[in-house]
Design a protein around this ligand. Structure first.
Ligand SMILES: Nc1ncnc2c1ncn2[C@@H]1O[C@H](COP(=O)(O)OP(=O)(O)OP(=O)(O)O)[C@@H](O)[C@H]1O
Ligand SMILES: [Mg+2]
Length: 257
């Protein structure tokens, strides 16, 4: 059975998509079968993994709103061993259209059941909000990865995120927990980022991954080529960092598989 991980933080631009794409790709390289579910209407991960958003036949929207079996939306991505359930802007309507749907928090969880046995890992890239799409991701997941950017106000909003996770845990999915917290766009030379690191460690203790992701322009360039960093520039600092993070994720999740 797949181990299902959502990458969440309602704050925008903290590195969720970059982290999800590159973790999925490095774990795929380690001969694990990976499914990537793009749950963000922006579709950044879809294009970042080499799928043309204008060219998608079926998408996460059809799965979430129109009961399409997820197997009918899944296609191959540019990364080895990584399949993707792609998305496009249609998904933006889902927040509204699902308001009156039955068991609307469990739609993704139920959809995933069809393919759960076909994969070792399923990664879900969440939008920057705590709306119904993110609630679906939390409800479907075994573990969560929270990227935090090393900057002022890094911890802002985290209390709200943790409260939401606790509500989901209590009412919808008692198995969900935080797999780890990762510091992104990290610059160890500045006092500010060192300070943020200390605060995050005080708050999350040993949940914080040992690997930090440095700010690295190659990570920002890779998506415009439709490639993960493991295919675009594996020897870059960013590539090495995500490779190390993938190892940590595998070792933290292995015991539970
Ligand atoms: N370590 C890094 N070094 C340099 N640029 C980065 C790094 N991580 C992310 N970026 C860039 O920062 C921007 C935001 O990153 P990303 O899209 O991964 O964040 P996000 O949390 O998914 O954003 P959103 O909330 O909009 O979904 C992107 O342009 C991305 O290429
Ligand atoms: Mg994103």
């Amino acid at each position: 059975m797949a181990y299902i991980i959502s990458v969440v933080n309602q704050k925008g631009g903290v590195g969720k998509t970059t982290t999800t794409v590159n973790l999925a790709a490095y774990i795929g390289k380690k001969k694990k079968k990976v499914l990537f579910i793009d749950l963000d209407p922006q579709g950044n991960a879809t294009s970042g993994l080499g799928v043309d958003k204008g060219d998608i036949e079926n998408s996460t929207y059809d799965v979430m709103v129109d009961d399409l079996p997820i197997s009918e939306a899944i296609i191959s991505s540019s990364a080895k061993n990584v399949d993707i359930c792609p998305t496009n802007i249609n998904l933006a309507g889902a927040e509204v259209e699902l308001v009156s749907a039955m068991s609307r928090e469990q739609i993704l969880k139920n959809a995933i059941k069809e393919v759960e046995a076909d994969y070792d890992y399923i990664f879900i890239d969440c939008p920057p909000s705590l709306g119904i799409l993110t609630i679906n991701a939390l409800t479907a997941s075994d573990g969560l990865i929270v990227p935090i950017q090393g900057e002022y106000y890094a911890l802002e909003g985290l209390t709200q995120l943790i409260e939401t996770v606790n509500i989901v845990k209590k009412k919808l999915n008692n198995k969900v927990g935080i797999t780890g917290v990762v510091l992104t766009m990290f610059d160890r030379r500045t006092q500010l980022t060192r300070q943020v690191k200390e605060e995050v460690e005080n708050y999350f203790g040993d949940k914080v991954f040992k690997t930090q992701i440095p700010r690295n322009v190659r990570l920002a360039e890779a998506p415009s080529h439709g490639l993960s960093i493991s295919d675009y520039d594996p020897n870059s600092k960013g590539g090495k960092a995500y490779e190390a993070l993938a190892k940590e994720v595998i070792s933290r999740t292995k015991a539970k598989k």
